[in-house]
Design a protein. Sequence first.
Length: 152
Amino acid sequence: MNESLVWVGLPVHKSTKLYLTGMAKDGLVAMKPMQALSSDETRVRRRNKIIDCPLTAALAAFGGKWKMIIIYWLAESPKHFAAIQRAMPGISHKVLTQQLRQLMSDEIVQRQPNGATPAPVIYSLTDYGQLLVPLVENVRVWGSGHIQRFSD
């Protein structure tokens, strides 16, 4: 996989129904109307602006407000969408869906349907995602110490 590409799936602009459908070395190749996209095409990747920066790649994959928390809860056990949302009461349905899609795109989370649609779906960490569990735990421990440091 090309390290200069990071996660996917957002519209080109929120006021338009166009999605990026291809990338060239220097950026945008084509756009299609949203309804013309197949399910595979919704996983369009965007460029990482700092191509050789491992920190940028890591933060794109699991940084942000929610991704480490999702990884934390899935490290405990595989969960249905509703169980993840219950564990994270501040996250909206839409944002949780977006975050899970991005984590799946980076092969950190996998989605396992249980039967025909509309069957429940179980989300779990991939083997690759399990590599992040010690890191997330270290961040959690550091955060706990940081809270204590400033609460006294």
